[in-house]
Design a protein around this ligand. Sequence first.
Ligand code: PNS
Length: 159
Amino acid sequence: MTGIAVYPGSFDPVTRGHEDLIRRARRFADRLIVAVAVNPAKQPLFSLDERVALIRRVVDDPAIEVSAFDGLLAEFARAAGATLIVRGLRAVSDFEYEFQMALMNRNLAPGIETVFLVPAFDLTYLSSSLVREVARFGGDVSSLVHPAVQQALKKKFGG
Ligand code: PNS
C-alpha cells in the first residue's frame, strides 16, 4: 500500500479500460486521484467539466477523487502529495511515449515514481479515440463504455 496515487489522462471519454485501470490502481493506493488534463494541444469531444462529471458517474468509491488539472502533471501530483503516477500500458506502441513521459516526470518531481499497469485482456485494444470514432458513425459501444457514457456519446452525435 502507498499513500496517494494519481491516475492522469484525457479521459475523452472514460472507457471500460480506464475503469479497469482505476480499480487496479486503487488496490495499492490508500487514495487515488483520477486527474483529468485540460490538455490544450488536443481538441476534446467532451468539455473538461463533462469529462470529470462522467468519471464521477462511473466511479463509486469514497477513496477515489476526480480532479481537473491544468499545466504540468508533475506539479499537480506533487501539490496533491502523491508518491505514484499510474499509467496503463496497452501495447508496444504506447511504450515510447510513456517511457519519455515517465522520465520527464521523474526529472520534474524526483520523489514521484511512475508505475505501469496492464489492462484486462479483453480491454487491451480499447482507446477513447476508437470509442469516439465508432460512436460518431453510430456503432455499438455498449460493451466499451458505461451506460452513462454511452448516453453522453449519443447526445453528442445526435443519436
Ligand atoms: O490520456 P492521455 O491523453 O494519454 O494523457 C496524457 C496526459 C494528460 C497524462 C499527458 O499529456 C500529461 O501529463 N499532460 C499534462 C502536461 C504535462 O505534464 N506534460 C509533460 C508530460 S512529461
